[in-house]
Ligand binder design. Sequence first.
Ligand code: AMP
Length: 113
Amino acid sequence: MDCIFCKIANKEIPSTLLYEDEQIVAFNDNAPQAPTHVLIVPHHHIETINDLGKQDSALIGHMILTATQLAKDLSLAEDGYRLVWNCNRQGGQAVYHIHLHLLGGRNMHWPPG
Ligand code: AMP
């Protein structure tokens, strides 16, 4: 399968990982949209968040808790940050392997673009 996030998560292409365990990895986005822009990505290939089921509840919880821990570690927690899941075309999804964006270090706008 030609999936860039599978290749990063499985270390087929080099990347500096900010966090890794048996379920997920976290690394910097290569086109950052904020001073801090980290992606939290599962090893397991799931195309979109539409494909999640009850069996993925623990994985999704783990991704969110890892993002909040990274936000603390990266000194974003007090000022605030944003977690984003993009889904399909109108949601702005470009990579079809689920990932959670952690964005911080600037004021975020609402409504989002
Ligand atoms: P999305 O639009 O939600 O699918 O987000 C995909 C994100 O992956 C974008 O923010 C891209 O900049 C980022 N991205 C794509 N390829 C890479 C890569 N090789 N390393 C790091 N980030 C990437």
